[in-house]
Design a protein. Structure first.
Length: 184
């Protein structure tokens, strides 16, 4: 693994940990009380097909062909989950938000990891790269730019949750982090 990949993985892992904290925030996550968990082994398999995610989680041996990484206590992956696992919030999550801006911010939280992994090789995201050799040759200039934008959005969201306000420029910036509708 080259230094650029190593540095990118470290910062991406920090971003994933920060996203998890925001999602677990009171009022944002209903999943821990859910009786109809929407995890699916079809999504889990992404975490063992992707060399990038495998380098992060290093838990491939815990994958079960029927249940994926889902256990009786939730997902076994502490990090390196496919970004799609952070993207989906069922409608109940949005009913629970106090207003439209909070609902929009929740969607952006779900887009932070997606945004950070785009542009590894043209339109290919880094989690879709299939070999370690190709990973080392990824476009780290673009990846770092996107990762930095996700961190910038993260800081805006943290400030919003702290102060309850967001200026128009910040709202405009967050709109650039969204997952394109055709992929939702
Ligand atoms: S997103 Fe909704 S349906 Fe899926 S696990 Fe969370 S609460 Fe349950
Ligand atoms: S959160 Fe974990 S168990 Fe759920 S779909 Fe993602 S990898 Fe699988």
């Amino acid at each position: 693994m080259n230094d650029q990949l190593s540095a990118y993985i470290k910062r991406y892992t920090d971003l994933e940990a920060a996203v998890r904290i925001l999602i677990a925030r009171k009022g944002n996550s209903l999943c821990s009380q859910c009786s109809c968990i929407c995890c699916d082994a079809v999504m889990c398999v992404e975490a063992i097909k992707s060399p990038f995610l495998k380098l992060i989680h290093q838990q491939t041996e815990e994958y079960d062909t029927e249940k994926g990484f889902l256990t009786t206590t939730g997902c076994a992956l502490k990090k390196g989950r496919p970004s799609v696992c952070y993207e989906y919030f069922c409608d109940d999550h949005f009913y629970n938000q106090p207003d439209e801006l909070h609902a929009d911010v929740l969607k952006i939280i779900g887009s932070l990891l997606y945004h950070a992994i785009q542009g590894a090789d043209g339109e290919t995201s880094i989690d879709d790269i299939q070999t370690l050799e190709e990973l080392d040759r990824a476009d780290f200039q673009t990846l770092e730019k996107n990762l930095n934008e996700s961190f910038q959005a993260l800081e805006i969201i943290r400030a919003f949750y702290r102060d309850g306000k967001m200026i128009a420029d910040s709202q405009r910036f967050l709109k650039t982090i969204r997952i394109p509708e055709e992929f939702q």
